[in-house]
Structures are given as structure tokens and as C-alpha cells.
Design a protein around this ligand. Structure first.
Ligand SMILES: Nc1ncnc2c1ncn2[C@@H]1O[C@H](COP(=O)(O)OP(=O)(O)O)[C@@H](O)[C@H]1O
Ligand SMILES: [Mg+2]
Length: 270
């Protein structure tokens, strides 16, 4: 209900009470307009229209192959689009060059497979971008990195290599690394899907902490407890389209489309 809930994260899969302050719907950060993309004959993004407000948490759900990852990658310009526009904070996605590097800094991305540099320490993984891309001094970058590692709960792992950490710790390091660039938005594509079950909650709790701090987030996840509790809005995708867009309450209690009903019955059936 209020910020005091921040310090006492209940199990993200248990308590379904909405704990976030509402975002400002009049302040769009990402505007996606009439976006289309094909892979050969496959219409992987089919006329996508949506807006992500500053501070909003959007959870993208949908069956495998529905285009969720492609949408995330398009927002970060890891994939091109055939038509339509995507703007971040009022600026259309740049084609290439310096502006694209800046956009990448504005949009953090966390993948299922951590993608940490294996031969660098956790601290080096987190300081690399700020030093190389943002021109921070090593000392400033390390101070900032240590504060972020503290925030995600792994400051005591800073000197280790990724392989010396658990999967959950590695994913929290990857989150710290994306935060180090001071992004305006973080995209998380199935951030807990590669984790052993006992490590899922520590990553979800980290994500809930970010949400409570007002970070704008777009998260693809199959963790329905997290979606219910942390999302301001659910985007349900099927066959390259957004077929349903609703609050978690609406989506989980009264899905409107047969595609969403079918999806939920399969998930809840497990
Ligand atoms: N680089 C690619 N080339 C061709 N087809 C692709 C490529 N990437 C993804 N696809 C196809 O696009 C569809 C959507 O993929 P994706 O966005 O990864 O879906 P999701 O994340 O919802 O599972 C899938 O059918 C997938 O096989
Ligand atoms: Mg995917």
C-alpha cells in the first residue's frame, strides 16, 4: 500500500496486494506506435501499439513464440523494425552510431542467461560500462558499483568471478550492471527462467525493490505471483499481437479473450 512495505518483501508468489505507488499516466517514457516486423513470412510483431509511463511496471505475458522477446529487443534496438515508430523519452530510436550507444545506456537489458563477462570480477562487470561508455573515473565507478551491489544484496561477492556465484547472485549482478548505466528503463526478458527454484524469489524480490523505487520496467516473465503483485499493467501477446492489455486484477480474474483464458488455464493448471 505504501513505501513502508518496501523493507519487508513478502514472498512475491504469495501476497498479491499491490504495493506500488501509482505511476504518472500522463508522462509517457516509451511510445510504441504501429510497429511491424517480419521474419520472412512470419509476422512476428503485428501492429503493436502501447505506451509505457514513467515509473510504470509492465509485465508481458504470452505463449512461447508470441513475440515477447522480439518486442523487448526492438525497444532496445537490438532488432530493427519494418515499420512504425518507437520513441524513448520523446526521442525516436536512432539507427546507429553514438546516439544508439546512448540509447543503449538509457535502456537497460537483463536476459535469461545473465551474460556477465566470465573473466572479469563482479565489480569489474558492473564498472565496465560506466568507465568505457559514460567516462566515469574508476574510483567513482567502483563506489557507485558497490552501492548497487549492496542494493541487490551481493556486495560481499564483488571480488569474485561470475562462475563462483549462484545463478540467483549472478542475475542480481546482471541487474546491478544494467543499473550502473543509470537507465531510464529496464527491460527484463525472463530473468528467472534459467534459475533453480530456490533462487527465483531473491531475484523477484530485487525486481520488486526496483519497482518500489520507481524504476520503469518492462518484464517478460512466467512468474504469475510477481505479475499480480508488481505489475501496473499486463500486456498479453499471442501471434505477434497484443491481444489483451489490462490491470493484473482484471487480467487474472476476468480475462476477456479466449487466448488469454486458454493461456491462464494452462498456467494455473500446473
Ligand atoms: N532471428 C530470427 N529469425 C527468424 N525467426 C525468429 C528469429 N527470432 C525469433 N524468431 C521467431 O519469431 C517468433 C517470436 O519469437 P520470440 O520473440 O522469441 O517469442 P517469445 O519471446 O514470445 O517466445 C518465434 O516463432 C521465433 O521462432
Ligand atoms: Mg522469449
Amino acid at each position: 500500500m505504501n513505501a513502508s512495505a518496501l523493507g519487508t518483501p513478502a514472498s512475491p508468489t504469495g501476497d498479491t496486494t499491490a504495493i506500488r505507488v501509482q505511476h504518472d499516466e500522463t508522462d509517457p517514457l516509451v511510445v510504441i506506435s504501429e510497429v511491424n516486423k517480419h521474419y520472412g513470412d512470419l509476422h512476428v510483431l503485428n501492429n503493436i501499439n502501447t505506451t509505457v509511463g514513467r515509473g510504470e511496471v509492465v509485465v508481458v505475458l504470452g505463449p512461447s513464440g508470441s513475440g515477447k522477446s522480439t518486442l523487448c529487443r526492438a525497444i532496445n534496438r537490438l532488432e530493427t523494425i519494418d515499420s512504425g515508430t518507437i520513441t524513448i523519452d520523446g526521442t525516436p530510436l536512432p539507427e546507429e552510431g553514438k546516439q544508439l550507444a546512448r540509447l543503449r545506456a538509457d535502456v537497460g537489458m537483463v536476459f535469461q542467461s545473465f551474460n556477465l563477462f566470465a573473466h572479469k570480477t563482479i565489480l569489474e562487470n558492473v564498472t565496465l560500462g560506466p568507465i568505457k561508455v559514460s567516462g566515469m573515473t574508476k574510483k567513482d565507478a567502483e563506489e557507485h558499483a558497490m552501492a548497487l551491489l549492496e542494493r541487490v544484496g551481493i556486495a560481499n561477492q564483488a571480488k569474485k568471478l561470475p562462475s563462483q556465484l549462484s545463478g540467483g547472485q549472478q542475475q542480481r549482478a546482471a541487474i546491478a550492471r544494467s543499473l550502473a548505466m543509470r537507465p531510464k528503463l529496464i527491460l527484463l526478458d525472463e530473468p528467472t527462467s534459467a534459475l533453480d527454484p530456490e533462487m527465483i524469489n531473491e531475484v523477484l524480490d530485487t525486481m520488486i525493490g526496483l519497482a518500489n523505487d520507481g524504476m520503469t520496467m518492462v518484464a517478460v516473465t512466467h512468474e504469475m505471483g510477481f505479475a499480480r503483485r508488481a505489475a501496473d499493467r499486463i500486456l498479453f501477446m499471442a501471434d505477434g499481437q497484443i491481444v489483451e492489455e489490462a490491470t493484473p486484477e482484471q487480467f487474472f480474474t476476468d480475462p476477456k479473450t479466449s487466448r488469454a483464458q486458454d493461456f491462464l488455464s494452462k498456467i494455473i493448471g500446473h
